[in-house]
Structure formats: structure tokens, C-alpha cells
Design a protein. Structure first.
Ligand SMILES: NC(=O)c1ccc[n+]([C@@H]2O[C@H](COP(=O)([O-])OP(=O)(O)OC[C@H]3O[C@@H](n4cnc5c(N)ncnc54)[C@H](O)[C@@H]3O)[C@@H](O)[C@H]2O)c1
Length: 333
């Protein structure tokens, strides 16, 4: 149950801290909150003054008097002094499934587990009333489909393990009782849209169409993903901050689970050009399919994704064309 601090924040103290603000989803959240009149502190290790992707993503936010950017690693103590906010949106993470194996896991342990642990304690110490944390469909791995929050979790990659650890850590702290930060963990299913990370499939497809350079397609194209447009995700994130619901994980997914082949067909339809492909073997850690049961999100958040795949890919294609005209293109391709 949420306390009165949360109540007062809901009624007017619209001030938030967003971790991972320079990233794909974090920067969309920052823009959305600013457009609604929130004061926003954006924290990230990638600064818009030195990192081209951060600069592109935060182009609209930087210069807005309601926005303050804090260049920091969230595992460091420097966050103290910035937590007089009504809600912390925790989106910072080491991302990507394929790159999470072996020696790379050290970075995932730092960013996803140690940093989250540190942040959760800092939130509690500062009396932050509400924490919304980004988790992932990767926690389900090989579990039976459709994935349901109270069903099995069987992560099949180090990334998935780290995201499960992060959400469970935050929920464990939230359940400690009086003085804890009320927390909700959102399990996002493959998010796409403008600013999508360069390692992600739809970004790579659209980039291949634009440049003519083949994209690497892992597996036979029959892998299924429950793609979710970024605006739908932002709706769910903001709604999670405002609802009374807490202490649990909630799936956030798009309208349907579709194969990579179907996505390639839609990309070809939207762009009017074939996607040049370089076929490669499936990679360890990538599940055959993801598919969400979205009934809990519907029930507790009133969540109902409204952007279909063709519409969403059309918007991302327009963004691809626009950014390829911008000077930072070399680094997003
Ligand atoms: N994009 C998806 O499809 C997807 C799916 C499931 C879950 N998620 C989750 O959503 C969140 C956002 O994902 P995204 O795709 O926007 O990723 P992103 O890589 O674009 O953004 C993450 C940001 O976090 C920052 N960061 C990482 N560790 C940090 C640290 N220790 N201190 C400060 N900054 C740090 C990075 O610099 C980056 O800007 C992540 O938690 C991710 O696990 C994303």
C-alpha cells in the first residue's frame, strides 16, 4: 500500500528522476514527462555533451528549464542530493542478450545488479515514495507461453538472470515494510520505435534498407517476438507511477507476437525496398519465441497497446530517414 507522500506527489509534486535518461526508452520518457510539465532529473553515464547517441536522444530535453542532466554512474554516491522526488524511474541497465556472456557479465553485474541494489537503498534512505523499474521479458527465457507474471521464470541468458535479480532485489526491499519505497517492476517485451538501440533487429533492418549493407539475421526467421511500440511503453511507465498498485512485476507488451519473417515483410512494405540479409546461426540466449499474457497490465494499469506494427515501423522508418540526414549518423548506423 502506498503512503501519504505518494498521495501528495500524485496530486501535484510532479518531480521525477529518470535513470538511463540518455538511452532509447529513457529519453522518450524524459520528453514525455517534460511535455506534461514535470520537473525531471535525468541521470546517465553517457552525456549529451560527449556521446553522439545521448546528444541525439536528448536533443529536445537539453535546454528545457524543467530538465537537469546529471552525468553519473548510478552505483556511485553522487545520486544523493538528487532524490527529493516523487518518483524514480529506473531504466539504466547494461542491455543486450548476446553480449552478456562470459567476461562481459562483469559489466552486467555492475550495472544491473550492484547499481540497482545501490539505487534501491538510496531511494529508501531518501524517502522516495515510488520506484518504477524496467525489467524484461528475458526473465521468462524457456518458460511456457504465453508468459504470465505468476508463472515460471527461466532466464536463458546472463542478461535475463541479471534483470531478474534486479527486479527481485527491488521488490524484496519494497516488501521490508515501513519506510520502504513502493515499487513496481515492468517486464518490457522487445521495444521498438524512433531511437531504438542500434543492436536491435528493427533498427538493423531499417538501416540495412537505407544503406544497402546487409543485416545479419540470426536464425531462420521463424523466431517470434511480442514487439511493443515505445509510446505504449511510456504510457505504461507513467501509469505505473500514478496507480496504487505496487509490490509486483507486470508484463508490458504489444498487441501480438510475430515472426521475424513477418517483420521483414512489413519493413519491405513500409520502405518499398527489399531488406538485404546476411543469414547467420541463432545465438545462445535468444529464445525461440516471446509472447505475453497482458491481462494483469490491463487490469491494474488499464494498459491497452494502441500502435500496430506497420504504423510503428513506419514511424521508426521516418526517424531513420531524418537521423541519416543529421551529423551524428556515423555513430547510430
Ligand atoms: N529496449 C528493449 O526492447 C527492452 C526490453 C526489455 C527491457 N528493457 C529494459 O529497459 C531499460 C531501457 O532499455 P533501452 O533499450 O532504452 O536501453 P539503452 O541502452 O538505450 O539505455 C540504457 C541507458 O542506461 C545507461 N546506463 C547503464 N548503466 C548505467 C549506470 N551504471 N549508471 C548510469 N547510466 C547507466 C546507459 O548509458 C544507457 O544510456 C533497460 O533497463 C532494459 O533492460 C528494454
Amino acid at each position: 500500500m502506498l503512503g501519504t507522500d505518494h498521495q501528495s506527489y500524485r496530486e501535484g509534486g510532479k518531480k521525477a528522476l529518470v535513470t538511463g535518461a540518455s538511452g532509447f526508452i529513457g529519453s522518450h520518457l524524459v520528453d514525455h514527462l517534460l511535455s506534461k510539465g514535470w520537473r525531471v532529473i535525468g541521470v546517465d553515464r553517457r552525456s549529451p555533451t560527449s556521446d553522439p547517441i545521448a546528444r541525439l536522444n536528448l536533443m529536445d530535453a537539453v535546454g528545457n528549464p524543467l530538465f537537469h542532466f546529471l552525468h553519473a554512474d548510478i552505483a556511485e554516491p553522487s545520486l544523493r542530493g538528487f532524490l527529493d522526488v516523487g518518483v524514480v524511474f529506473h531504466l539504466a541497465a547494461a542491455t543486450g542478450v548476446r553480449s552478456s556472456w562470459d567476461a562481459n557479465f562483469t559489466g552486467y553485474m555492475h550495472d544491473n545488479i550492484a547499481a540497482t541494489h545501490h539505487l534501491v537503498q538510496e531511494c529508501e534512505r531518501a524517502g522516495v515514495p515510488r520506484l518504477v523499474l524496467a525489467s524484461s521479458s528475458s526473465v521468462y527465457g524457456t518458460a511456457a507461453l504465453p508468459s504470465k507474471e505468476d508463472g515460471q521464470v527461466r532466464p536463458m541468458s546472463p542478461y535475463g538472470v541479471s534483470k531478474l535479480a534486479a527486479e527481485q532485489l527491488a521488490l524484496a526491499y519494497a516488501a521490508r515494510g515501513a519506510g520502504s519505497t513502493s515499487t513496481v517492476a515492468l517486464r518490457f517485451f522487445t521495444v521498438y520505435g524512433p531511437r531504438q538501440r542500434p543492436d536491435m533487429a528493427i533498427h538493423r533492418m531499417l538501416n540495412a534498407v537505407h544503406t544497402g549493407k546487409p543485416m545479419r539475421l540470426y536464425g531462420d526467421g521463424r523466431q517470434r517476438r511480442n514487439f511493443t511500440f515505445v509510446d505504449d511503453v511510456i504510457e505504461a511507465i507513467v501509469q505505473s507511477a500514478l496507480t496504487q498498485q505496487a509490490g509486483q512485476a507486470v508484463n508490458i507488451a504489444g498487441p501480438a507476437s510475430v515472426t521475424m519473417r513477418t517483420v521483414l515483410d512489413i519493413v519491405e512494405e513500409v520502405t518499398g525496398k527489399p531488406v538485404p540479409i546476411f543469414a547467420d546461426t541463432a545465438r545462445c540466449g535468444d529464445p525461440e519465441a516471446t509472447e505475453a499474457d497482458s491481462s494483469l497490465a490491463r487490469e491494474v494499469l488499464g494498459y491497452s497497446p494502441c500502435i500496430g506494427l506497420a504504423d510503428g515501423i513506419g514511424r521508426q522508418w521516418q526517424w531513420t530517414l531524418d537521423t541519416h540526414k543529421a551529423p551524428a549518423i556515423g555513430s547510430i548506423a
